[in-house]
Ligand binder design. Structure first.
Ligand code: FEO
Ligand code: CA
Ligand code: CA
Ligand code: CA
Length: 723
């Protein structure tokens, strides 16, 4: 090992101040006082230009809770001195007059109930009039909650789902399909702080569901393009439904972003490939829309009994004479970043096509500066996919705060889309995805017709420019202290096409090793890592950056070539997914896991961290040693590893059995966290049948069917969380 990074790129005091000019602080109006008081203490007696601005700003910040032990119990574990309360579980009413969820499969009205598989979420403080964003209000707010999928095991039906899956040729009951479609999407629900904690406000008129059936407008570069036209929308300006809403984001103008991830598997396309053009087939292949399946839930097959487009629309086959007579293009209306105005129940949500089409995990904003473009970072969560950013053409104006969908039209419909290339020397480049880039206009493997074709087939455009294949990009987050951007790379395991198999190791994705779980060996990047980068000049619109790997996931007991970050029993983890910087406590980072490779030792978890900065570690040479099949990857690989975290990384929460921890947001005072527990009991079998086949009964206990849920976590002494 040798030192390569130095601190010559440290940020100046002025740059740190600018980075902290986040939306929330601007709205509060007291920002300069706050910044001066935080930074002033640390700066006394030292020269800001000679000392790391990050360490100055974080030197008084410390984690202040006892780490939670790993656990495989069917229970939610949190630190001593904290309380977790279930706020909203699958099927719970979000409106007055809706009956309590019986959790036996007999409630069908999911348009008035929380959907399933809670994922990303965000808290918007409500203003005094109750119709707009007050980013400082911790007393009352709107929670926007994603619902990624309907439980595959059929908990929402009395005795499981009927004729699910690709092998079935039977028609599906329409009532089941309707319920599953309605369990997808987003919940908007008001919450209020009371003397006993946060409670739902079912009477709030802004409470609503957005589902797999809701009307959406298509907007941005691809709207109205021939490839977006369907029988439902012959002009290519609309579609119905949002699905697989995974992670999320928010805008500086007070709207919610929900992102469509694994949408490709929902579509039926059992047709002869000769019915489609060569370009269409290339797109289907690159996005995983197969020609021999009936789709994840077989939803198209409910249409056999129905003449409406509600079910027929899941069939992406060319069944009619033209594209406006069938739904051959319907899959092009999914895979987008979706914008919702939580403060206007009547506002039609929009799919923002200029941000590209892929398996969108989420879209996370950089702090805005007046007169500068608005920037969002995005990940494409599939093996060997890419990291993207969007830079708006329009320049930020404070007058657009609380601007709703009109501000979205201004900032999200026109901009530059980039994809990341990570170089071995620790530098990186943002590559422009546009017809003006000759790598795209001259691409040999696919002839792009126009700008809309580039965003509809973003993955192919990114292939053309030579983006770096990553180990499944999940959540991103921007450190409010210094503007550095973090992104989880959850893992990349596969015998066929995972890291170290057909995809070579590289400096940014440097690990290949074996892990034994339940007697079975898997190889690749089994436990994932978290990469981070600093944009050149701390300018989020630039095309150059410097990167390192903040953390490598690993069991604490693993050898040093796997446990590169030297994790201990107090903070070892696998498969990082959710990632989020607190704004109430600048410098505090949260990491959540969605794991299948360490779950024999512990259920999924959430950790709190106080990270340093890019370049605070060393150039490391990793020795990749596989126990079994090595595909020739027992090779040394240089990477840029961040400083080992020590006790600046601690496990804060462990979820119940077979869950994923995903989605986190806070009240603006930092005194309440909202966290989603997704699919407890996921590995149950015939779950509806008997108690003994369910691996979890959380949160209701007893013999109840398990449910996903939002929990609210507070500190018993009323203080800020984790510090
Ligand atoms: Fe839905 Fe990539 O997690
Ligand atoms: Ca995720
Ligand atoms: Ca995941
Ligand atoms: Ca999941």
């Amino acid at each position: 090992m040798s030192d390569t990074e130095n601190t010559s790129n440290n940020l100046t005091f002025e740059q740190v101040l600018e980075a902290r000019l986040s939306r929330r602080h601007l709205l509060k109006g007291g920002f300069y006082l706050m910044a001066a008081s935080v930074l002033g203490t640390g700066l006394s007696g030292c020269d800001a230009s000679e000392k790391s601005a990050v360490s100055v700003a974080t030197q008084d910040l410390a984690l202040a809770f006892k780490p939670v032990a790993k656990s495989v119990a069917d229970a939610l574990s949190i630190p001593e001195g904290y309380t977790a309360t279930v706020l909203l579980a699958t099927g719970d009413p979000i409106k007055t007059g809706v009956t309590a969820y019986k959790n036996d499969g007999t409630d069908h009205d999911f348009n008035n109930r929380a959907g399933d598989h809670h994922d990303g979420l965000f808290y918007f403080g409500l203003n005094a009039a109750g119709n707009g964003w007050d980013a400082s209000n911790a007393q009352q707010g709107l929670l926007c909650i994603n619902h990624e999928v309907a439980e595959d095991l059929g908990f929402m039906h009395p005795t499981g789902a009927t004729d699910y899956g690709k092998d079935s040729t039977n028609d599906r009951p329409m009532q089941e399909v309707d319920k599953e479609v309605a369990a997808h999407g987003v919940t908007v629900v008001a919450v209020t702080k009371t003397t006993t904690g946060y409670r739902l406000s079912p009477e709030n008129p802004l409470n609503r569901r957005i589902t797999g059936e809701t009307l959406f407008e298509l907007d941005g570069i691809a709207a109205g393009h021939d490839a977006m036209k369907t029988a439902f929308s012959p002009n290519g300006q609309q579609t119905r439904g949002t699905i697989n809403n995974c992670a999320n984001g928010y805008t500086p103008w007070g709207t919610y972003l929900t992102c469509e991830e694994n949408w490709a598997g929902y579509f039926y396309r059992r047709e002869d490939d000769s019915a489609r053009t060569a370009k269409e087939l290339t797109g289907f292949k690159r996005y995983g829309i197969k020609g021999d399946t009936s789709g994840r839930y077989n939803w198209a097959r409910a249409g056999a009994n129905d003449t409406t487009d509600l079910y027929r629309r899941w069939n992406a086959g060319a069944t009619g004479a033209t594209a406006t007579e069938d739904f051959r293009n319907v899959a092009n209306t999914f895979g987008w970043v979706v914008e919702i105005d939580p403060f206007k129940a009547e506002a039609t949500p929009k799919k923002r096509t200029s941000l590209g089409r892929f398996a969108h995990e989420g879209a996370w904003p950089a702090p805005v500066s007046v007169g500068k473009p608005v920037v969002f970072y995005m990940g494409d969560d599939s093996r060997n996919e890419y990291i993207y950013k969007y830079v708006s053409d329009a320049l930020w104006s404070e007058q657009d705060a609380n601007g709703g969908m009109a501000a979205g039209d201004k900032y999200l419909n026109a901009g530059k889309l980039y994809v990341a290339q990570f170089n071995p020397d620790g530098t990186g480049t943002w590559l422009w995805l546009a017809m003006d880039n000759k790598a795209i206009s001259d691409y040999a493997n696919y002839t792009f017709s126009d700008a809309a074709d580039v965003v509809i087939n973003t993955r192919i455009a990114a292939d053309a420019v030579g983006a770096t294949k990553m180990d499944r990009p999940e959540w991103g987050a921007v450190n409010p202290l210094n503007g550095e951007v973090y992104m989880t790379l959850t893992n990349n395991v596969s015998d066929k096409d995972g890291r170290g198999a057909t995809t070579p190791l590289d400096a940014a994705n440097p690990r290949y090793y074996s892990s034994i779980k339940a007697g079975k060996s898997v190889a690749g990047n089994v436990n994932g890592h978290i990469i981070r980068w600093r944009e050149a000049g701390n300018d989020h619109t630039t095309t150059q950056f410097q990167w390192d790997v903040y953390l490598f996931g690993a069991p604490a007991s693993d050898d040093a070539h796997v446990n590169v970050s030297r994790l201990t029993a107090d903070n070892d983890f696998s498969s990082p997914d959710g990632l989020w910087f607190s704004e109430a406590v600048p410098g505090l980072l949260w990491v959540q896991t969605d794991d299948a490779y360490y779950t024999d030792t512990t259920n999924c978890m959430m950790l709190a961290a106080i990270p340093g900065q890019v370049g605070d570690g060393k150039l490391s040479t990793l020795t990749n040693k596989a126990v079994t099949t090595n595909n020739g990857n027992d090779q040394d690989m240089n990477t840029h590893a961040g400083k080992q975290p020590g006790d600046n990384l601690r496990r804060f929460l462990v979820g119940p059995k077979d869950c994923e921890i995903t989605g986190i947001t806070e009240t603006p005072d930092g005194k309440a966290l909202f966290v989603n527990i997704q699919h407890p009991g996921e590995n149950s079998s015939e779950t509806w049948a008997t108690d003994s086949k369910m691996t979890s009964h959380w949160p209701d206990g007893g013999t109840a069917r398990p449910r996903s849920a939002t929990v609210v976590i507070t500190r018993n002494d009323g203080g800020k969380i984790a510090v």
